[in-house]
Write a protein that binds this ligand. Structure first.
Ligand code: ZN
Length: 262
């Protein structure tokens, strides 16, 4: 069986910061968030690569995108620095069937907002409180072998209302110590592509080393991975038709040029 080709994209700015929080993040993610996720997801059926904002084309060249079955996305303070041309290409690949897993503050990334078509806004608070994540759809493949609830001991609160479209399928729901609730794990289908958003993953705590979080991401990679060859996303002219057309075209004008810009 061929391997699932996974690309983990990270903005990779916090981890390089000279500040105290940069030092803190490097203490548990020495290879960056992308490096930690890559290490924790490593398995025989996966072929994992990483890509970051500062690389040419943000590491998402045509060659990389064509050879990605599922793309993970972590971004926070530099969503605007992601080139629209790259977002267009990623969107096309998702519509063709590539999976997308959007993590934590990636809720505000260009690609997630593009795919949902909604604000993706939410309520937040950063005081290191506890989060309990509940499985609300135990039959869902992403919930397989995940405890019915698990704790992230310290995190940033993300609360409702979350500006998602109405077709968000809820797999996980979170409760926070401060009283808020949040749809913390939701799936969508856009074109042939499966999308999963998962909120745990605030950068100042080692959340991507939490075994339950790793299990969720590991399931999500297999669930979202493209199963079919790329599906058509452009319109095409089918002429001649499949069956014989007996009607005589009443137009005597050649309309071919109507479909061209000029
Ligand atoms: Zn955060």
């Amino acid at each position: 069986m061929s391997k699932i080709r996974v690309t983990i994209w990270n903005e990779f700015l916090h981890e390089k910061s000279e500040s105290k929080f940069g030092e803190l993040i490097r203490s548990f993610y020495p290879d960056g968030i992308h490096g930690a996720i890559a290490r924790n997801l490593a398995a025989d059926d996966l072929e994992i690569r990483t890509a970051t904002l500062d690389q040419p084309e943000h590491g998402l060249t045509d060659e990389v995108l064509q050879n990605t079955d599922v793309l993970l996305w972590w971004g926070h303070v530099a969503h605007d620095r992601v080139a629209d041309a790259i977002v267009d290409k990623v969107q096309k690949r998702i519509l063709e069937g590539m999976g997308l897993i959007v993590l934590h503050s990636g809720h505000y990334s260009k690609i997630f907002r593009r795919m949902t078509g909604t604000s993706c806004s939410l309520r937040w608070r950063e005081i290191g409180e506890k989060e309990r994540v509940w499985v609300v759809d135990p039959q869902h493949p992403i919930a397989r072998d995940v405890p019915e609830s698990f704790v992230v001991p310290n995190t940033e609160m993300y609360g409702e209302p979350f500006g998602l479209p109405n077709d968000a399928h809820i797999v996980f729901l979170s409760w926070y110590e401060g009283g808020n609730v949040f749809r913390s794990g939701v799936t969508f289908q856009r074109g042939a592509g499966k999308i999963f958003y998962f909120s745990p993953g605030h950068e100042t705590f080692p959340i991507y080393n939490n075994p339950a979080v790793v299990k969720v991401l590991s399931n999500a990679v297999r669930y979202c991975a493209a199963e079919l060859p790329p599906q058509k996303t452009d319109c095409w002219n089918q002429d001649p038709p499949t069956e014989t057309v007996y009607s005589k075209n009443p137009l005597e004008v050649d309309t071919t040029d109507l479909h061209k810009a000029k």
